[in-house]
Ligand binder design. Sequence first.
Ligand code: NDP
Length: 324
Amino acid sequence: MDLKRSRSVKLNDGHLMPVLGLGTYASEEVPKSKAGEATKVAIDVGYRHIDTAYLYGNEKEIGEAFREKMADGTAKREDLFYTTKLWATCLRPELVRPALERSLKNVGLDYVDLFLIHLPFAMKPGEELLPEDANGKYVLEVVDIRETWEAMEKCKDSGLTKSIGVSNFNHKQLELILKKPGLKYKPVCNQVECHPYLNQSKLLEYCKSKDIVLVAYSVLGSHRNPKWVDPNSPHLLEEPVLNAIAKKHSRSAGQVALRFLLQRGVVVLAKSFNEKRIKENFQVFDFELTPEDMKAIEGLNRNLRYSKFLFAEGHPYYPFSEEY
Ligand code: NDP
């Protein structure tokens, strides 16, 4: 990825993905309209890559923002890169295409650019996003991810999505897909948590060796929603080393965190619903971290994962028991 020449990376299926995307996840109490407003601001600022998921419940609002920005001439559909994800209750192969069709209906588009398996482990199908048993425990089930993947391949063949990929997979789960007899398409990317405290150097090296793009989430230290993240975990953007490097470049710690990953060949997502920070996060193409800066930030790695999905620990496809 040459950041000076290009702000996109070529995926292994030939499509282009912009290297910086707007994240749109927010906790339940944030009105969904905020995601739509942020999407409009982001498109005005120059973002062309928007990341969402069925789980986030904001596909309709993002679709409205797209239509408004296409109608006023700011962006054409073919210049926008829209990612959505297959939720864990829909991993059974027969549920995959209907789930994508539901997302397409929500957003009001006739194709998405990227469709990802959100998590490698499955939950009980049904209307509930997080199905619970009588004791309030989430109900999981085992679905062979290779069968889910075959259904994803059919979605690509049908034209409902341009590209297909995965999220929260460890390297063994990627390997399972890559070694599947009769594999038609490789995942174009693996979207995982990645930031200076969890720099994913081994997974990144593995992905690069297979021409799979690593897309990073929680680059700015995560949404910290206590439903998913331990409130006692450290705040990444308060990290003194990041702040010292930021000061030297007259930038913010957030910009340094984003730039660090971009210079390692990682595609980054940055969530903000605040106009000033949406703009700030886009100003990462006009400065460069030195090799010494990069080394110092690499030294911050401590394998700190904000989103552990611990309720699925023990499931045969729980991804985070492996080193990478
Ligand atoms: P980030 O790490 O991107 O951002 C976290 C918080 O930082 C936001 O709440 C934001 O608040 C704040 N922020 C944004 N910019 C700045 C800045 N420049 N300085 C200081 N604070 C800032 O959060 P996420 O964990 O949400 O990850 C990003 C996206 O990745 C998600 O929105 C989602 O699209 C995706 N994701 C995917 C997952 C998966 O399982 N595949 C899991 C988690 C996330 P504010 O809005 O107030 O600016």
